[in-house]
Design a protein around this ligand. Structure first.
Ligand SMILES: Cc1cc2nc3c(=O)[nH]c(=O)nc-3n(C[C@H](O)[C@H](O)[C@H](O)COP(=O)(O)O)c2cc1C
Length: 319
């Protein structure tokens, strides 16, 4: 079969196949496989093991107005088919991101979307404002769904505060806005409708699922503080698939699927239930180039099945 290299038809794509994914406001990802927030830093550390220029997108570590040291260790714990984390949004603060990191992203082929977090709406707005119009920043991913810090989570589990937060950020920036949804909401579809109504260009889901690991020997949870953390990895993939399918039915905007993706098959399954793109997270910790392996597998599948676009995979029941 004839294939093309470079440009929209990146290596190995069948002629006529469009691998790109439009996110909105002029942002188009070169392919649908990105790396998830908090698992790839700001794109600088893993470059030798996972060349970033072929990725579909980098979603950075959650970034706040001021630097945060994060929680005391231990901050991660292994669980069956997954991991718990309670990093506590360790990050250098938005000034470092715009002054030192963004200029380095400017020449990268891969779009970098800064994941934004905050303790209240004013902080989300302040971070978004500081990133607006900064060369190298292709968009924002609004983390209204982090289970490891007080405050921010509340926005993601209730449609009204979620919409208020998104509307305020929307008014503060012209950047493409992806809103990251929580699997801990009572009705994720309702939250999705609310944030799209408030101006989200796309939604991504899922963030981690609240979990707890206990040590019988110690007689207490393994992680400090309340002991809860965010569960990620293959254990949450069925939850994520179900929620992506639900959100796909609820909104028209692009949906980015996240949760337990390790292989191309995992990623393609998310596309079957309506994801336009995906993010690889925890898998990067064991296999730094996991996202590129996922991408290669997806491209091979597209060739084998002579797809015209990733949407061709979509389950017909989703319309
Ligand atoms: C160590 C760690 C740190 C994370 N930090 C963030 C973060 O700062 N902001 C965010 O939106 N999501 C964060 N996440 C959630 C991931 O981006 C992703 O939504 C989640 O882990 C599910 O995907 P996975 O199963 O492929 O890891 C973090 C996840 C892990 C494991």
């Amino acid at each position: 079969m004839e294939t093309v290299s470079g440009g929209a038809g990146s290596p190995g794509h069948p002629v006529g196949f469009d691998p790109t994914v439009a996110i909105g406001r002029g942002l188009t990802l070169p392919n649908p496989v990105g790396v998830a927030s908090g698992t790839f830093g700001y794109g600088f550390d893993l470059g030798a093991l996972c060349p970033v220029d072929r990725l579909g997108a980098i979603f950075t570590k959650g970034t706040t107005l001021h630097p945060r040291p994060g929680n005391d260790p231990p901050r991660v714990a292994e669980t069956p088919a997954g991991m718990l984390n309670a990093i506590g949004l360790q990050n250098p603060g938005v000034e470092v991101v715009r002054r030192d990191y963004a200029p380095r992203w400017r020449d990268w082929a891969v779009p970098v979307l800064v994941n934004v977090a905050g303790g209240d709406i004013a902080e989300y707005v302040a971070v978004a404002r500081r990133l607006d119009g900064v060369a190298g920043v292709s968009g924002l991913e609004l983390n209204i769904s982090c289970p490891n810090v007080a405050g921010g989570l509340d926005f993601g589990i209730d449609p009204r505060p979620a919409a208020r937060c998104v509307a305020a950020v929307r008014a503060a920036t012209g950047l493409p806005l992806v809103v990251k949804l929580s699997p801990n909401a009572a009705d994720v579809a309702e939250v999705a409708r609310a944030v799209v109504g408030a101006g989200a260009d796309a939604v991504s889901l899922v963030n981690t699922v609240v979990g707890l690991k206990v040590s019988l020997a110690l007689g207490r949870p393994v992680l400090p503080g309340a002991g809860t953390g965010g569960l990620s990895g293959p254990a949450i993939k069925p939850i994520a698939l179900a929620q992506v399918a639900r959100v796909r039915r609820a909104v028209e905007v692009p949906v980015i699927g996240i949760g337990g993706i390790r292989t191309a098959t995992d990623a393609l399954e998310f596309m079957v239930v309506g994801a336009d793109a995906v993010q690889v997270g925890t898998a990067t910790f064991t296999t730094p180039r996991a996202a590129l392996d996922v991408l290669d597998g997806c491209q091979a599948h597209a060739e084998r099945h002579r797809l015209c676009a990733w949407r061709d995979l979509r389950w017909s029941a989703l319309g």
